[in-house]
Design a protein around this ligand. Structure first.
Ligand code: KIV
Length: 259
């Protein structure tokens, strides 16, 4: 049985931390799943470390669907949540319904994530959830708004913090099953986590969230640049470079393949 959205809510009630990572392809998603991660987010961060775009904005729904299908083929246990890319849900509720419907129908993922809060996204989430589409919210730093917000920490003033808290509450009331809190002060994330009955999944939001998510390329040390709050648990850039250099040398010296 794979992890469900209801289980995440129960885990919050039981104080069991939720472990989430991004996944973009079959091979890594399979390893992450077998290692016991609870939730795999096919994040639109796909655009940057994997596809080489400058921001998440150019990513299309078709590109996302292509990667989400590959992730689905690799995952047996974890809940799979797929980001709706920029401008595939903001134009209208109908557009959001069409895009989220394609994600669920074509990829086999169980839920979608979208960025932004009150009022526009609350209305959209309400419609999607009443059509049976589980939705994860995302407030604080929302990378699809990079041209308005930059990549700066959000919610640093009392008013800005209050706005993010109210957005998170509105998303919960609209039916979201969880909410990502990105790059906000730890004490604000703590307040939001205590206020909500749905789980908060933090990234750069301190230790008090109900769960944590990292971009897998950052965790593996594969990203060219990574945000200050990320932690690399391996250095695959240097491992891969060394493996390729060793191979090249052996081919050039006639040592590989051996007789
Ligand atoms: O796209 C993504 O990877 C995300 C995470 C940073 C939460 O939205």
């Amino acid at each position: 049985m794979s992890v469900t959205t209801h289980q995440l809510i129960q885990w919050k009630q039981q104080g069991r931390s939720i472990v989430a990572l991004t996944g973009y392809d079959y091979a890594i998603a399979q390893l992450i799943d077998q290692a016991g991660v609870d939730l795999i987010l096919v994040g639109d961060s796909l655009a940057m470390p994997i596809l080489g775009y400058e921001t998440t904005l150019p990513l299309t729904l078709d590109e996302m669907l292509h990667h989400a299908k590959a992730v689905r083929r690799g995952v047996k246990q974890a809940l799979i949540v797929v980001d709706l890319p920029f401008l595939t849900y903001q134009e209208s509720v109908q557009q959001a319904m069409h895009s989220a419907g394609r994600v669920l129908k074509e990829t086999g993922a169980q839920a979608v994530k979208l960025e932004g809060g009150y009022p526009a996204m609350a209305a959209t989430i309400s419609q999607l959830t009443s059509a049976g589409i589980p939705v994860m919210g995302h407030v604080g730093l929302t990378p699809q708004s990079v041209h308005q917000l930059g990549y700066k920490k959000q919610g640093k003033t009392v008013e800005a913090g209050e706005r993010i808290l109210q957005e998170a509450i509105a998303l919960q009331e609209a039916g979201a099953f969880a909410v990502v809190l990105e790059h906000i002060p730890a004490d604000l994330a703590d307040r939001i986590t205590q206020k909500l009955t749905i789980p908060t999944i933090g990234i750069g939001a301190g230790p008090h969230c109900d769960g944590q998510v990292l971009v897998t390329s950052d965790l593996l040390g594969l990203s060219e640049k990574q945000p200050p709050f990320a932690k690399a648990y391996a250095n695959l850039r240097s491992t891969i470079t060394q493996a390729v250099k060793d191979y090249s040398l052996e081919v050039r010296e006639g040592k590989f393949p051996d007789l």
